[in-house]
Write a protein that binds this ligand. Sequence first.
Ligand code: ATP
Ligand code: MG
Length: 437
Amino acid sequence: MEMLTKAPKGTQDILPGDSFRWQYIEDTLIDIARLYGFEEIRTPTFEHTELFIRSVGDTTDVVQKEMYTFNDKKDRSITLKPEGTAGTVRAAIEHGLTGGQLPIKACYITPCFRYEKPQAGRFREFHQFGVENFGSSSPSADAEVIALADQALRTLGVTKIRLMLNSIGCLDCRPAYHTALKSYLEAHREELCPTCQERLVTNPMRVLDCKSPICAEIAEGAPKVIDYLCGDCATHFDSVKKRLSALGISYEIDPTIVRGLDYYTRTVFEFVTDAIGAQGTVCGGGRYDGLFAELGGPSMPGMGFGMGLERLLLVMEASGARIPEPDRCEVYIASMGAAASVEAGRLTAQLRREGFFAECDVMDRSLKAQMRYADKIGAAYSMVLGDNELKAASATLKRMDGRGECKISLGESFMEELYQIVLGRQEDDLLDAAEKL
Ligand code: ATP
Ligand code: MG
């Protein structure tokens, strides 16, 4: 029976009392992306499996071990998206966006699915905020995308984080590097994990990204791709660094960053933290100039990142970031008796139509219990309706903090009077805020 009352391993419920934290970060991220000209794209949760094999790469951990792949009823192989870039590129090609105004700037918030061992900061269903710039091969696009991630993290109050930067070159400079890397790895062949022994032949750079401790140790001594950059890649990388410095964004060069997906070229980066345990990469991204052509589209450069929202929330917490509390109920209308309950419902509906956060009893509780509830939900004002109030068409609106009350008509002028009272309260709030400045 546990199957019915326990969510699958590696998944999480985001409950009503907690969802405001998600709404806050999601709204903030999309708002910041807009400042940079990125507009939201929504692509399907599942795609043809082939799309991910081609884009993420068939020698990566994601494709080899982590994908949720199944056949649908017509025997098509389908995969739940493990990341957001592939679908975005597919959509841009399919809808001919690449033939329109460049650059294309798209952003998204999406669930992602990877069959991994769940632990702190690692889930089987997780969420990514991502941005993609298609069409610019200029280092200015790299700097802009990194600056967006940096501003997002700062705005959300993340302090305990560092930007790690590397370049992994292009198809021109990689052969020389592969040769050097292969001969180094050959010398350690026996020690590598079985998967990496195969990768040594098929895609030696993937060994550098292997999670097995022995492979990671061997990777540390490997030749660095940054020492093998061709002239163009070196110039590109220099310009990215210069631009980041001009933007006041500090970074560290980390030649061990190669990123877990095959499609990256040139600039790669990660925002990492020590504050949330072993899974410290909050945001990872880079340039992928070969991906469009790989998927059969027109040749078109790309640059983007994916930021894990679960890890983002963890590092925000570790940084002591403040998340604004959600709005509280403004008016609670309590009632005694059937007629008053109907009137409470009518007035509450009227308030809501005017945009107020208003509540009344839907549990058929006693007046005392209704007032306890109003207190618990933090209502700013309350009002009690009984036979006397109905008869007089007038009630008393009270501040729940005990700092005052006044009569209010239940007739035609109800809204007008209420506006005056509540606007008065807003003026108080403004005065309070001004004093704090
Ligand atoms: P890791 O090294 O942690 O496995 P990755 O290189 O596989 O990360 P990317 O494919 O670059 O991760 O995904 C971008 C971001 O998505 C990561 O930096 C991380 O914040 C988040 N992420 C990736 N996998 C998971 C997961 N299983 N659970 C939660 N967040 C994840
Ligand atoms: Mg991973």
